[in-house]
Design a protein around this ligand. Structure first.
Ligand code: FAD
Length: 419
């Protein structure tokens, strides 16, 4: 196990992650290679009264640290046994997708294969097949976790710590491995339809009507994105502000299903086709390079015309707006962990690249979410990006879950070692 302190060679590289807007200056970084290393790091932190933070990929950072940072990026073991995967803490979805495909299986991964399995799953995990199979968290069978007392425990469904970790994400321990179920999927119908953002009112209305009637086999979102004028992008969408309908469909009749959308407005680009699940990252084509971003969201039980008008009003090129259709299995299955509003039918997300003034971004996002407030039911932890105060994060949980999480925090981390 290597350790790094400020000023030492390798320190900056070890703490560098995907999210670059969160300022972090750990007193010591432990580059863990095994669960034993994590145990040693947590015990060291207790002896030296340091807080403990953890980073796999840096996609989901919401706070910096000045204590001990456990870097899990070297813990990359993946095992597939029957339809169960066991992965170590530093594994990214791409590695599981590849390994599972060899067995005719797929994980409940999300838009980007670069995101870390543990951070994603502990946030609930809203994936490309969520309306058919539910949250990634709902398929977890066992969690290996090092708690504040330096104990390595295995927790399973029914354990209070299992519930707290799955949804609570930070604050209860450092997960060293996860075991979860895979699904028998090898390919899907997926990709996107791109429209000019000028056609947004028509496209939004058509997408809403279509998405509400959609079968559970379809998981879909609509994203408003200002695309850069760069040669790697297809000419029809290069440098344009577009409305991108994203589709992941598990049925056989994808072309027929999508037909009503193709006539909503002139289609600039249509990338829909059958594709292997191993190419599922191409559906959203999330940016692969690290950058500074800030984001928030609101879950809603309806998406009425007044809400669509608010979205159109706030559809500026500086902000990526995404609306995901929830429902389906997400609504039926009781959440295995904390903090997921099963009654929500959509989640509206806003995300902006941080140039210099993050408060200006917060204010711009707040205008949209204030307009949606009469219909908002809560927020989803995975889609809070960049620095957020602890109270803001706690407020993502419904009051009942929040109280239970506080009790379990006092039980498993009484000294507040994990922040
Ligand atoms: C480009 C992009 C695409 C995304 N797509 C989706 C999506 O489709 N669906 C979805 O639900 N979410 C999505 N997310 C959100 C993502 O799931 C969360 O940001 C998640 O927390 C990232 O986890 P990570 O390990 O990659 O990031 P990290 O920043 O390394 O970790 C984030 C947090 O997870 C916790 N954590 C990580 N490892 C451990 C551990 N071993 N033990 C305990 N806690 C740990 C910690 O609280 C840590 O601060 C996306 C994010 C990005 C940036």
């Amino acid at each position: 196990m290597q350790t790094f302190r400020p000023g030492q060679d390798g320190y900056a590289e070890e703490i560098a992650g995907f999210q670059t807007s969160v300022a972090t200056q750990p007193a010591v970084v432990v580059a863990a290679e095994s669960a034993d290393d994590v145990v040693a790091a947590v015990k060291y932190a207790a002896e030296h009264e340091l807080t403990v933070a953890v980073q796999a990929t840096g996609h989901g950072l919401t706070a910096g640290t000045d204590g001990l940072l456990i870097s899990t990026r070297r813990m990359t073991g993946v095992e597939i046994d029957a339809e169960t995967a066991r992965v170590e803490a530093g594994v990214r979805w791409g590695a599981v997708i590849e390994a599972a495909a060899k067995h005719g299986l797929a994980p409940l991964s999300g838009s980007s294969p670069d995101v870390g399995v543990v951070g994603y799953t502990l946030s609930g995990g809203f994936g490309l097949m969520a309306r058919r199979f539910g949250r990634a968290a709902d398929h977890v069978r066992a969690i290996d976790v090092v708690t504040a007392d330096g104990e390595l425990r295995t927790v399973t469904p029914g354990d209070d710590l299992f519930w707290a970790l799955l949804g609570g994400r930070a604050g209860f321990g450092i997960v060293t491995a996860l075991e979860f179920g895979l699904v028998p999927i090898t390919e899907l119908y997926g990709g996107g339809l791109y429209f000019d953002a000028a056609d947004l009112p028509e496209v939004l209305r058509a997408w809403r009507t279509w998405a509400v009637a959609a079968p559970d086999e379809l998981t879909t979102s609509i994203a408003l994105v200002a695309l850069p004028d760069l040669p790697f992008l297809p000419a029809p969408i290069r440098g344009k502000h577009v409305a991108n309908v994203r589709i992941a469909y598990l049925g056989e009749d994808g072309d027929r299903l999508v037909e009503p959308l193709r006539t909503a407005a002139p289609v600039l680009l249509d990338t829909l086709k059958r594709l292997p699940y191993t190419d599922s990252g191409s559906i959203a084509s999330d940016p692969p390079h690290p950058h500074p971003y800030h984001g928030t969201n609101a879950t809603v039980e309806v998406l009425n015309d007044a809400m669509l008008a608010a979205v159109v009003e706030h559809a500026v090129p500086e902000t990526v707006l995404i609306i995901d259709r929830l429902g389906g299995e997400l609504a039926r299955r009781p959440a295995a962990g904390a903090g997921w509003d099963s009654a929500a039918e959509f989640v509206v997300r806003a995300l902006s690249v941080v140039e210099d003034d993050v408060d200006a971004i917060r204010r711009a996002h707040a205008k949209l979410f204030d307009a949606l407030a009469p219909w908002s039911t809560g927020r989803l932890l995975p889609f809070l990006y960049g620095e957020h105060p602890a109270a803001d994060l706690a407020a993502t949980f419904p009051a009942g879950d929040r109280a239970r999480l506080q009790q379990l925090k006092a039980k498993y981390d009484p000294a507040g070692r994990f922040g």
